[in-house]
Design a protein around this ligand. Structure first.
Ligand code: HEC
Length: 208
């Protein structure tokens, strides 16, 4: 009896040592770059923990707004402004940040996201996801209607039209350089003052 107990403890310790040794070797060998895709076991563990962490009662909540054109337009504008930098306008996650985050933002048009309940989507937006780049949005106690409009828009992602995507590009946040570029482009189109404008160059040709 005693012999068996000692044997089990020794085997378990040996197993733990081998396991830890293997993981250490793997980390040292592969490094910690966020360019690597998370492994299957890691994804499974993280997904299970994330699901378990949804506060009681939130999972069953249903989106309380109708997906009217107005609601979708507001959700779309909010998404383009706050979410698209990581998730992309169309939700595929193929953005400069999204492509090398760890974990990556998923393609939200696909089943694994679309099959989440309204409450799970809402809770993720309100609470964020720990140990990932997904932030929590809105202040606790806020009127939550904006988060629900985002849920309505996430449901619309698989049906997003090209025209809607173009509209969103106008709503994406712009850097001062991009704004300056847009101003110059507008000036060019109006033909006022830009050295490269057709008006100026015609005058120049006449003079020459
Ligand atoms: C800084 C980057 C970043 C921004 C900005 C961001 N997200 Fe995320 N989001 C992520 C990442 C990374 C994940 C994946 C988390 C994971 O795998 O656990 C994620 C996951 C999600 C999920 C869960 C999807 C799923 O299938 O599990 C939802 C819903 C979501 N985000 C909504 C939003 C909304 C709405 C906004 C804007 C209000 C937003 N996110 C802004 C990075 C971001």
């Amino acid at each position: 009896m005693r012999y068996r107990f000692v044997l089990s403890v020794v085997s378990l310790t040996a197993l733990l040592l081998v396991g830890t040794g293997f993981l250490t070797w793997r980390f040292v060998h592969r490094g910690f770059s966020t360019r690597n895709q998370p492994g299957k076991i890691e994804v499974m563990l993280a997904t299970t923990l994330r699901r378990a962490a949804i506060p009681a009662g939130e999972r069953e909540l249903k989106v309380p707004v109708q997906a009217t054109p107005d609601v979708l337009r507001e959700g779309m504008a909010h998404w383009a402004d706050h979410c698209a930098s990581c998730h992309g306008n169309n939700g595929n996650g193929e953005t400069m940040y999204g492509k090398t985050m760890y974990p990556r933002p998923p393609d939200m048009r696909l089943e694994p996201t679309q099959e989440l309940s309204d409450g799970e989507l809402y809770s993720t937006i309100k609470n964020g996801v720990r140990l990932s780049g997904m932030p929590a949005f809105g202040e606790p106690g806020d009127d939550d209607i904006d988060s629900w409009k985002l849920v309505a828009f996430i449901r619309h992602l698989p049906k997003l039209t090209e025209q809607e995507e173009l509209q969103m590009e106008q709503l994406n946040p712009k850097t001062p350089e991009e704004l300056q570029e847009e101003r110059e482009e507008q000036q060019f189109l109006n033909g006022d003052g830009s050295p490269a404008s057709p008006k100026t160059s015609t005058t120049h040709h006449k003079k020459g």
